[in-house]
Design a protein around this ligand. Structure first.
Ligand code: AMP
Length: 186
């Protein structure tokens, strides 16, 4: 977890690779559907372009289908899900059904002033439609209102690792591995 621009996607890939499990990014799945012009993409696009969350029913169904894929059987890392209280409850239900458990919630903390800069830079590199300045600001607001409160929910379960997300990518990765008590392969 962490606000847009905290580096979740980058770190998720490295951590998932270490554990040999898929990194499941709801944002990436939505973007792939938007670019393929699927029915799901058509439903998601207007929300994404406005910096709002895609409705829970749509997102939950998509995640449920994804974690039922065979590659997720040994485990998985979720990047960008859950983002609402309803998604937390839904995820609890899904993994009760699959027999998985939530081992850890990694929260990346960043300096809010740095984030807008990072996102605008990413807009140039990746050409994402949701990285314009207004939408970037709206996405931060939505995160604060709807997603930040979930950290408290998981903190009460004792599984939150809060990690300083500032600094070079590999330093942040090292902090995550240290917190998870993992020896990275070189
Ligand atoms: P991300 O790449 O994780 O920043 O996600 C990009 C956009 O996809 C978000 O701004 C939302 O519009 C949508 N999205 C991704 N994950 C979720 C989620 N768990 N719930 C609702 N909308 C989501």
């Amino acid at each position: 977890m962490g606000p847009p621009g905290a580096g979740k996607g980058t770190q998720a890939k490295v951590v998932a690779e270490h554990f040999g499990v898929p990194a499941i990014s709801t944002g990436d799945i939505f973007r792939a559907n938007v670019s393929r012009g699927t029915a799901l993409g058509k439903k998601a696009q207007e929300y994404m372009d406005a910096g709002e969350y895609v409705p829970d029913e749509v997102t939950n169904l998509m995640v449920r289908a994804r974690i039922d894929e065979p590659d997720a059987e040994p485990g998985f890392l979720l990047d960008g899900y859950p983002r609402t209280l309803s998604q937390v409850e839904e995820l609890d239900g899904m993994i009760r059904h699959t027999g998985h458990e939530l081992d850890a919630v990694v929260v990346l903390t960043v300096d809010p002033d740095e984030i807008v800069g990072r996102l605008l830079q990413r807009a140039e590199v990746e050409g994402r439609a949701d990285d314009t300045e207004d939408v970037v600001r709206r996405r931060q607001e939505v995160y604060g209102e709807q997603t930040e409160p979930l950290i408290g929910v998981y903190r009460r379960r004792g599984i939150v690792h809060e990690i300083d997300g500032m600094g070079p990518v590999d330093e942040v990765t090292k902090r995550i591995f240290d917190a998870l008590d993992v020896v990275p392969q070189s």
